[in-house]
Design a protein around this ligand. Structure first.
Ligand SMILES: [Zn+2]
Length: 252
């Protein structure tokens, strides 16, 4: 086994553990004060990419960095399993799916692992921030990651969010059972699943790169009261600030 392969495997192990673990491991980090995003890269040697990476997320998706690809393939969604639990990992609220749901991108089948939330949104579209952004995290066995981002804009109360918020644990590290059917998950997603695509990173330490970002162009709604409820749980925003786009382009 060559060194490059070992490095890749190590990176994969790090990013997967941070994405998949319930409570997270390693050096403590947060969204405010000394442990806040501006210091993530210095908190631990493992978090270096948060500071030195050139393909970091989130980004502001503006027309000046967007290129048209006439043949951007459709994401094939196959969400056919239920949600069975919800956890508060201290950084966000995350719902976990029973095994078997996938998306297909680049001819790769990405199993759906979990769905979690940031308020306000992390990515922006033409400088517009949304009250909430949801991330569907997909990971293959060999550690390739794909995130589908869904924006929530101010509007009607969201019945899916209502179910999650009712059961979300108020204490970090706690898990509750939560039953939401695959049909309800599919109903949350817009019918028109056109999207922006770019290369990015995890938006939390260790900020591992090589993540396929797929930001849906169509939104759903959340009521102001629901956004407030989420904010009150964590007492502060849980969005990483916008990162430099550098040499990247967004494909639409
Ligand atoms: Zn996220």
């Amino acid at each position: 086994m060559n060194v490059g392969r070992i490095l890749v495997n190590t990176l994969v192990a790090i990013s997967l553990s941070s994405v998949l673990s319930a409570s997270g491991h390693g050096t403590h980090w947060g969204y405010t004060g000394h442990e806040g995003p501006q210091n993530w890269g210095s908190l631990s040697a493992d978090y270096g990419l948060c500071k030195s990476g050139k393909s970091q997320s989130p980004i502001n998706i503006t027309s000046s960095v967007t290129v048209e690809a006439g043949d951007l393939e459709k994401i094939v969604f196959d969400y056919n399993t239920d949600i069975s639990s919800v956890i508060n990992n201290g950084h966000t609220v995350q719902v976990n799916f029973d095994e078997g749901s996938t998306i297909m991108v680049d001819n790769i089948k990405f199993p759906l692992v979990q769905f979690h939330f940031h308020t306000p949104s992390e990515n922006q579209i033409e400088g517009k921030k949304f009250p909430l952004e949801g991330h569907f995290v997909h990971a293959t066995k060999d550690g390739s990651l794909a995130v589908v981002a869904l924006m929530f804009e101010d509007g009607a109360e969201n019945p899916f969010i209502k179910k999650v918020w009712t059961k979300m644990p108020h204490d970090a590290g706690k898990k509750e059972s939560l039953s939401i059917s695959a049909n309800e998950v599919n109903a949350l997603l817009p019918q028109d699943k056109s999207y922006y695509r770019f290369n990015g990173s995890l938006t939390t330490p260790p900020c591992s790169e090589g993540v396929r970002w797929l930001v849906l162009k169509n939104y759903t709604t959340i009521s102001k009261e629901q956004t407030k409820e989420f904010l009150e749980l964590f007492h502060h925003a849980n969005n990483r600030p916008i990162q430099s786009i550098n040499a990247r382009k967004v494909i639409k």
